[in-house]
Design a binder for this molecule. Structure first.
Ligand code: 5GP
Length: 188
């Protein structure tokens, strides 16, 4: 057992990290999903305040100026950020913050909160990743190429994370993730 307060999950988009997060949140009530902020457009099926807080570039910039974000980064062609307030609220409840952020975000958070735990979820291959992104967003997302290029760059940084999991078979990979959580989380 450990006193982890923050679990950072990074994976190239399409590697399946949402399934890991959903399952872990259902099985470990101590985890608190941190809803982050973005300037990107909502995808079909997404809900404001649930998947992200969707805000304009102007509002995002104002929040940067106000020191609202614990961390923010440009990802693909939008801005993403995590508020101080959302983390403080999770910790005030005695919960462990879990969040899905990109590799730059993980790097920044690990400097501010060195006791954070970083987990990288790898897709079985770039080809498989491409298939998953296309299947998720039936119309080819306009920035597919950019997402794939970024995926290749991110994968090269996987070794800098505390844990790496290959999502080839979800059930098997999730059991690996669950084992990590069981070792780290308090009260579980
Ligand atoms: P998507 O647009 O596909 O939902 O997410 C794009 C990327 O932004 C993902 O890698 C996701 O993990 C990352 N992301 C989401 N919120 C944040 C955040 O607050 N900070 C950073 N650095 N990345 C984030």
């Amino acid at each position: 057992m450990n006193d982890a307060r923050m679990i950072l999950i990074a994976a190239p988009s399409g590697a399946g990290k949402n399934s890991f997060m959903e399952r872990a949140l259902a099985e470990f009530p101590v985890l608190k999903d941190i809803v982050t902020y973005t300037t990107r457009k909502m995808r079909t099926g997404e809900v404001d305040g649930e998947h992200y807080h969707f805000i304009s570039k102007t509002d995002f910039q104002e929040k940067i100026d106000q020191g609202f974000f614990a961390e923010w980064s440009p990802v693909h062609d939008s801005l993403y950020g995590t508020s101080h307030q959302s983390l403080e609220a999770a910790w005030a409840e005695g919960r462990v913050a879990i969040m899905d952020i990109d590799v730059q975000g993980v790097e920044k958070f690990m400097k501010i909160y060195p006791d954070g735990i970083s987990v990288f979820i790898l897709p079985p291959s770039i080809e498989e990743l491409k298939k998953r992104i296309l299947a998720r967003d039936k119309k080819a997302p306009e920035n597919l190429q950019l997402r794939l290029q970024n995926a290749e760059k991110e994968i090269q940084l996987a070794h800098t994370f505390d844990y790496q999991l290959v999502n080839d078979d979800f059930e098997k990979s999730y059991q690996g993730f669950k084992k990590i959580l069981e070792e780290l989380l308090p009260f579980e």
